[in-house]
Structures are given as structure tokens and as C-alpha cells.
Write a protein that binds this ligand. Structure first.
Ligand SMILES: NC(=O)c1ccc[n+]([C@@H]2O[C@H](COP(=O)([O-])OP(=O)(O)OC[C@H]3O[C@@H](n4cnc5c(N)ncnc54)[C@H](OP(=O)(O)O)[C@@H]3O)[C@@H](O)[C@H]2O)c1
Length: 173
């Protein structure tokens, strides 16, 4: 099962499309980071080379499978993949993982966009300055289960957790 996970803020048209700024996250939302940790612990993460390089360090308890086109690229603690299918095969190679996390960023979400079985998203309810975007989500493809909501607090914007599942009968293209 492929699970996309991201936090997304609003662009200047009010659409939820902004995921990155200056090679990092546009906000620091402790409750969201805690949720990401809980949702990903023990599971293989597939991410792009740029997202990997934005992390301060390896995330404990999770395998890091990094997509790059550079055949010579290596990093300690990382399994390297050169195609999306390689990345999924590598994730499965170390046991029968039911849940594989697609960890971003925008280029990597795009590679898996039609194949996600579930999305764990955080909608950040604020106009967000950024340079990395995902397409606005087509609501009709998903059943939306709304989770915890956090009101704006000081510098932190309001945000809401969502779990999106596929409607009954859906199968990956
Ligand atoms: N808001 C969130 O939840 C969230 C989550 C994750 C990331 N982000 C943010 O997103 C930004 C980074 O996203 P990004 O879209 O710029 O980069 P990215 O998706 O993290 O990584 C892009 C890199 O992935 C590799 N790649 C892309 N397509 C590939 C393919 N078909 N085959 C093999 N390798 C491929 C390439 O690496 P090479 O150049 O090495 O070939 C490419 O430069 C950062 O600001 C980060 O903080 C936000």
C-alpha cells in the first residue's frame, strides 16, 4: 500500500498547493511533526534526493530510500533507487511491508500521484510563501476523514489533519 504524506499551505489563490520553501518546509508545526513520526515509524520512506538533503539527519527507525538520477550518488544509511518501481521493489525487499510511505517532495509525489492508496495530509490554513508546489487535489477521488484541528497560536497558523481513503471499488491504474 502506497501512502502519501504531506503538509500543504495555501497559495495566493487560496488553493492548497504550497509544500516547500528554500529547500525546507515553510513552517515548523510541532504537532504535525509528531503526527508524521507516529505515522511513519518502522515503515520504509521513499523520497527525492532534494527532500533527503533537506533533513537535518536520518530519521530514526525508518529506512530511507532515495530517488536520484545520479548513478554515483550515495549517502550513509540510504538505499538508492533510480526509478519509482525500483524504489517500491527496494521497499518490499526487506520484508513484506504493508505500508510504504511516499515522503516527498513535489517531484516524487508527482511520480506516484495516481497510485496512492491513502493520503495523510495536513491542511495549513494560511497563505504560505513557497517555491515548491503540488497540484490542487481532486476531491472526488477520495473519501475525506477529517482529524484533529488546531487553531492559530501565536506565529503558528491553524491546521487540520486529514486522512483520505479511496472509495470502495477503486484500484490503482
Ligand atoms: N510539506 C511537506 O510535507 C513536504 C514533504 C517533503 C518535502 N517537502 C519540501 O519539498 C521540497 C523538495 O521537493 P522537490 O520537488 O524540489 O524535490 P524532491 O522531490 O525532494 O527531489 C527531487 C529529486 O528527486 C530525483 N528524481 C526526481 N524524479 C526522478 C525520477 N523519475 N527518477 C529518479 N530520480 C528522480 C532527482 O534527484 P537528482 O537531482 O539527484 O537526480 C530530483 O532532483 C523541499 O522544500 C522540501 O522541504 C515538503
Amino acid at each position: 500500500m502506497l501512502i502519501g504524506i504531506w503538509a500543504v499551505g495555501q497559495d495566493d489563490k487560496g488553493r492548497y498547493t504550497v509544500i516547500g520553501h528554500d529547500s525546507g518546509l515553510p513552517w515548523r508545526l510541532p504537532a504535525d511533526l509528531k503526527r508524521v513520526k507516529a505515522l511513519t515509524m518502522g515503515k520504509p520512506l521513499i523520497m527525492g534526493r532534494k527532500t533527503f538533503e533537506s533533513l537535518p539527519k536520518l530519521l530514526p527507525g525508518r529506512r530511507h530510500i532515495v530517488l536520484t538520477r545520479d548513478k554515483d550518488w550515495r549517502a550513509e544509511g540510504v538505499e538508492v533507487a533510480h526509478t519509482p518501481d525500483d524504489a517500491v521493489a527496494i521497499a518490499h525487499a526487506d520484508g513484506a511491508f504493508d505500508e510504504i510511505i511516499i515522503f516527498g517532495g513535489a517531484q516524487i509525489y508527482a511520480l506516484f500521484w495516481d497510485r496512492f492508496d491513502r493520503l495523510e495530509t495536513t491542511l495549513v490554513h494560511a497563505r504560505t510563501e513557497g517555491d515548491t508546489f503540488i497540484p490542487p487535489r481532486d476531491q472526488t477521488d477520495w473519501d475525506d476523514h477529517i482529524g484533529d484541528h488546531f487553531e492559530a497560536d501565536g506565529d503558528l497558523p491553524a491546521f487540520t489533519f486529514h486522512t483520505l481513503t479511496r472509495p470502495e471499488g477503486w484500484s490503482a491504474p
